[in-house]
Design a protein around this ligand. Structure first.
Ligand code: GLA
Length: 731
């Protein structure tokens, strides 16, 4: 049983295959964290003996009633969900303002229930239970009777993925207004230890460059206040034991399933304990709760591994495949696509598109994606977002174009930017009040555009109807859903002044609602997320769109770092990765075609160029890449990723391998950024193989043990940005 509730002592033991997580209700009703460790055989009650000796620390506060009771200071105890201003001075998970003007909350035990399966959240992404996953949910109700507040904490245990998903629901049980000022989705308090934090900072064109630093006393944080999860930070962090590496040591991965403003904080307290909280960023958030109403946080996904960062990534990737990505696409092969954007930018017409499609069809590309510029009167980025009708000067007959592409044996996909509007658009002219902006005050533009107030049902309805009209007109099987600006001056014309703190979250809910409505209407539709490249690469979007364009920087040499950073949390099969033209249009680097193919091979794979402009030799090379894609893509979709060497630490070579779940086959990718004369041959020790099996690899026959313990040696050719893919299989 993944959840054991010991009723007489109110102790809870949540167990996955390799992780035990234990907490209890203490004598004065606080939810106290007991331990989190590799699996142990001890019962929940026995684990109580692992608690630190109960002791009142100097200069701490305690509840008045404590005199009769035996527990120490709440500010020192490890807790499950700390609250504001009641003796715990660490970062709180919850802060609620009551009608007396204070935001103090003191939560105490009320009750609990346990059930098989997962909670279902309305209009928010939530993990799914599948057959035989033995998943179970524990819901704890805590209350603050003095202000009439109830909090339901939920813990869903996915035993075979070593994942616990958490969330909270805040309910106003009083007869007056309560305002939620901060409601984190999770809190994890750990006993003192030496930890590093790993995060994925970035910017446009260099998203998710992993960064590791030692924790210090006080608070360290990651956040977005840009309305989207953003290029600058990603709603995911790792807490790794100082000595943990790719392959060993204890690490926790925490992810927020949310696509808007978020905050992740880690605090090392005065007593050296470590608290992690993650949730919606309180900075642009407040949520009034009228009597009887409730607020539900997005879910947080927590993984624990003793197999280092690699183990944690593989657990999360498995979890995404089994319990999170849209079921239709989670493990299915996605169409190999060609996108016209970098080949044409806005300068498109039917003939150009058909030419791109024809040369792509000849080498076996499976889908043409028509990017920006097909709608309204859009010839540059100054106009027409919001006017989702075909520009007939460019595409006189969309149905005929799609049909002709289909006749070439290819599917057809289309670009939209559903949440955005240009000032120069019919939509904006008819509904200037539908944007997020403070009335009668100055406002910011970004890429000349504004953001629609997706928190308004009529806005979602309008965009849905426009998209539906297009999607039902022709056989459009894919959409690229872009979002090319951040949110500023966030204010909704539909909300009164005292409710403006809802606007940013309502925007995200509207974005999810539109995704869900489209998928309900077109259940086979494949959505690829995008936001100026990878500005909204998060679990929230992945719930609807199983792949997200990783970055507008399509140069393979720089993509290695982006893809490897992304892979810490997100599966390879979710990373939109294409071969683009050379020199690269963004950074002008000259990267061999082979390397461009080899790096994109560990993502969704596709092309972002006009194949007609290549030489016959290059087109032949592409035919070879496509044959390789068909062999390797099932591994990328469902295999296990092992990061083997990291250019950020060795300044020389990046390598990784992807191995089938049954360990029978896989492939190794090796990449060297700069040419390097007179170096010894490369030696790579593989991982994840069957130790006693014998593999055919690079014209050699070696045991799994030899390949993992001694390694494979080979030469890389001279030159910058060279790479190789080496396939292997059990003989
Ligand atoms: C964003 C995307 C690009 C392309 C352009 C179109 O920048 O990341 O791939 O779709 O928009 O305007």
């Amino acid at each position: 049983m993944p959840i054991i509730v010991c009723k007489n002592q109110l102790v809870f033991k949540l167990s996955t295959d390799n992780w035990d997580y234990c907490f209890r209700c203490n004598d004065y009703g606080l939810l106290e964290h007991v331990c989190s460790s590799a699996a142990v055989p001890d019962t929940a009650e026995t684990l109580l003996q692992t608690l630190a000796p109960d002791k009142m620390m100097p200069f701490t506060a305690y509840p008045k009633e404590r005199d009769m009771l035996s527990n120490g200071s709440p500010g020192v105890l490890l807790q499950e969900y700390g609250t504001f201003n009641a003796g715990d001075f660490r970062i709180p998970a919850l802060k609620v303002r009551s009608s007396d003007g204070t935001s103090t909350v003191r939560l105490r035990w009320h009750s609990c229930q346990c059930y098989a399966g997962t909670p279902v959240l309305e209009n928010l992404p939530c993990a799914r239970s599948v057959e035989n996953d033995d998943c179970e949910t524990l819901e704890i109700k805590l209350t603050d009777p003095e202000i009439g507040l109830a909090v339901y904490l939920s813990y869903t245990v996915f035993p075979h993925c070593d994942i616990i998903v958490r969330g909270a629901r805040i309910v106003n049980e009083s007869s007056s207004l309560l305002t939620v000022e901060r409601a984190m989705s999770m809190q994890l308090d750990l006993a003192p230890g030496n930890y590093d934090m790993i995060q994925l900072p970035g910017a446009w064109g260099r998203e998710r460059h992993a960064e590791r630093h030692a924790l210090h006393h006080g608070i360290q944080s990651i956040n977005s206040n840009r309305g989207l999860s953003s290029h600058a930070a990603n709603p995911a962090l790792v807490l790794a034991e100082r000595t943990a590496t790719e392959t060993q040591g204890c690490v926790y991965g925490v992810m927020l399933a949310y696509s808007g403003n978020f905050l992740g904080e880690v605090e090392v307290s005065e007593m050296d304990s470590v608290r992690i909280v993650m949730g919606i960023n309180p900075e642009l958030f407040s949520w009034p709760l009228t009597p009887g109403s409730s607020f539900t946080t997005p879910q947080a996904i927590i993984a624990r591994s003793e197999q280092g960062l690699g183990g944690m990534s593989r657990q999360l990737h498995r979890f995404f495949r089994r319990h999170w990505l849209p079921e239709k696409w989670a493990t299915a092969k996605r169409p190999l696509l060609i996108n016209n954007w970098e080949a044409t930018y806005f300068d498109i017409n039917e003939e150009k598109l058909l030419n791109i499609a024809r040369s792509a069809a000849q080498v076996g590309v499976e889908m043409l994606v028509l990017d920006d510029g097909w709608f309204g009167k859009r010839n540059n980025d100054l106009s027409s977002l919001g006017d989702w009708y075909v520009n007939e000067n460019k595409i006189p007959n969309l149905e005929a174009l799609v049909r002709r592409v289909n006749e070439l044996g290819m599917k057809f996909g289309l670009w939209f930017e559903p949440e955005m509007v240009s000032e120069d658009s019919d939509l904006y002219r008819s509904h200037p009040d539908w944007v997020l902006r403070i009335p009668n005050r100055s406002y910011s533009l970004s890429r000349h555009q504004l953001v629609l107030d997706m928190g308004r049902d009529e806005v979602v309805e309008n965009i849905f109807q426009q998209m539906k009209n297009i999607l039902s007109r022709a056989n459009i099987e894919y959409i690229k859903w872009d979002a090319n600006r951040i949110i500023t001056e966030c204010c909704s014309g539909a909300l009164p002044p005292e409710r403006q703190g809802e606007a940013a979250h309502r925007f995200v809910l509207g974005v999810y609602k539109l995704h869900a409505r489209l998928l309900q209407e077109f259940p086979d539709l494949l959505i690829e997320g995008c936001s100026g490249g990878g500005g909204r690469f998060d679990a929230g979007i992945l719930y609807y769109a199983p792949q997200i364009w990783c970055s507008d920087l399509s140069d393979a040499a720089d993509r290695v770092r982006i893809q490897l950073g992304t892979s810490l949390f997100y599966p390879c099969a979710c990373m939109g990765a294409h071969v683009s033209s050379c020199p690269n249009l963004q950074n002008l680097r000259i990267t061999p075609l082979a390397t461009r193919g080899n790096i994109a091979m560990s993502g969704t794979f596709g092309y972002e160029m006009d194949l007609k402009e290549l030489s016959d030799g290059e087109r032949q090379q592409i035919a070879g890449q496509i044959a390789m894609f068909h062999r390797l893509n099932p591994l990328v979709q469902n295999g296990d990723l092992y990061r083997l060497s990291n250019i950020c630490s060795n300044n020389h070579i990046d390598s990784w391998c992807i191995v089938s779940p049954d360990r029978q086959k896989g492939f190794l990718t090796v990449f060297r950024k700069n040419t390097d004369l007179n170096q010894p041959p490369v030696r790579i020790r593989l991982q994840g193989l069957e130790p006693d099996a014998v593999y055919q690899i690079d014209n050699r026959t070696l045991s799994g043990k030899a390949l993992m313990n001694i390694g494979l040696t080979f030469e890389l050719e001279q030159g910058d940005a060279v790479s190789r893919i080496i396939e292997f299989a059990v003989v």
